[in-house]
Write a protein that binds this ligand. Structure first.
Ligand SMILES: [Zn+2]
Length: 343
């Protein structure tokens, strides 16, 4: 395809409809909102200014980040807080031409500090409904279990979620990966499957390839979050390709958490070359320096992605979503039309 200007990749990325499949809503808490909510709720925070918060966002691994992530969550207390947080994210997503989101929340991060499950869930769901009505963004909410806690706590959380399950798309698994293999949550994932929920799990971000295999075989997940280290195992790669398993890759997150030493070493291009259904996502954008559009632009520039590769990433984001067949086809048809016009 032609190269009309130095920013042709950015123009194409802006024009393409996108879905975001890997976003922790608590990770979209910008320093400005953290300060505003701390003031509104009278919560003390260990930072003197927005600049001090940003300066603290320097991590060497996943745990470094998680420590500050859980601290930030402490300002989220009311249904209105969760509503404001979620609507702010959707407004950002709209600016990136995102049409559909499947977002995570961490109820145990709230219930363990005395905030009721429903306070978080209702606030987020209210905003998702408003986002669809006002911004035209469809959505699914995924309840994540914190893997550093035990399975009993996850089972109790799934039980507590009962009245909301009609409005929850699926369950996921996040937080500290190393030392907490997917198999630790076999029973709660089986229970969630029995309830008709979709299943996803973080695997292969810091954890080894067998964690990815375990997520597929033991948990029976529909999608793998991250999955970078799957590339170390050729047999696993062959399986991911043949079963068309979606990987939700997060380039700026990988960079910030030192999963990769530079964006030029992002696995996205290699995954596409191998025929893996890779997608681009922002993970915890307030902490990692960019929303989904910024992730696309950064990785497209660093890897010098072709127009076809950029279009494939956008197409994959819908193909890997939990949207209906009809909705997926509609979004993908729009992508094909934009790709054809761009060519
Ligand atoms: Zn994540």
């Amino acid at each position: 395809m032609p190269d009309p200007s130095p920013n042709w990749r950015h123009a194409l990325i802006d024009a393409l409809p996108k879905a975001e499949l890997h976003l922790h809503i608590e990770g979209s808490l910008e320093p400005e909102m953290l300060f505003a909510l701390a003031r509104r709720n009278g919560v003390a925070i260990p930072f003197a200014s927005v600049e001090a918060v940003r300066a603290a966002y320097s991590f060497t691994n996943l745990q470094d980040f998680l420590d500050i992530y859980y601290q930030g969550m402490g300002v989220l207390l009311t249904r209105q807080d969760f509503f404001d947080l979620t609507l702010a994210y959707l407004t950002r997503a709209k600016a990136d031409n995102v049409r559909h989101v499947e977002i995570f929340f961490d109820p145990q991060g709230h219930t363990e500090r005395g905030v009721a499950f429903g306070t978080a869930a209702d606030g987020i769901l209210d905003a998702l409904a408003e986002g669809e009505a006002r911004l035209g963004i469809t959505s699914g909410l995924i309840l994540c279990f914190l893997r550093h806690l035990d399975e009993e706590s996850a089972l109790a959380t799934l039980n507590e979620a009962g009245p909301w399950l009609g409005r929850i798309a699926g369950v996921g698994l996040d937080s500290s990966e190393l030392g907490h293999p997917p198999a630790k949550f076999a029973r709660v994932f089986a229970a969630a499957r029995g309830l008709g929920l979709k299943l996803v799990a973080h695997a292969g971000e810091e954890g080894p390839p067998p964690y990815v295999t375990e997520a597929l075989d033991v948990l029976g997940v529909d999608r793998i979050d991250h999955g970078n280290r799957a590339l170390e195992d050729p047999a696993l790669v062959a399986r991911i390709v043949s079963e068309a398993i979606t990987l939700t890759v997060c380039p700026l997150s990988n960079l910030k958490l030192c999963v990769i030493p530079g964006l030029a070493l992002s696995p996205v291009k290699r995954m596409l070359d191998l025929g893996i259904r890779a997608t681009i996502n922002s993970d915890d954008p307030a902490y990692f320096g960019g929303y989904v559009g910024a992730n696309y632009r950064a990785v497209a520039d660093a890897l010098e992605l072709s127009a076809d590769e950029i279009v494939t990433l956008a197409r994959n984001s819908f193909a890997g979503s939990f949207l209906s067949e009809e909705a997926r086809a509609r979004h993908i048809a729009e992508i094909e039309a934009i790709a054809a016009a761009f060519a």
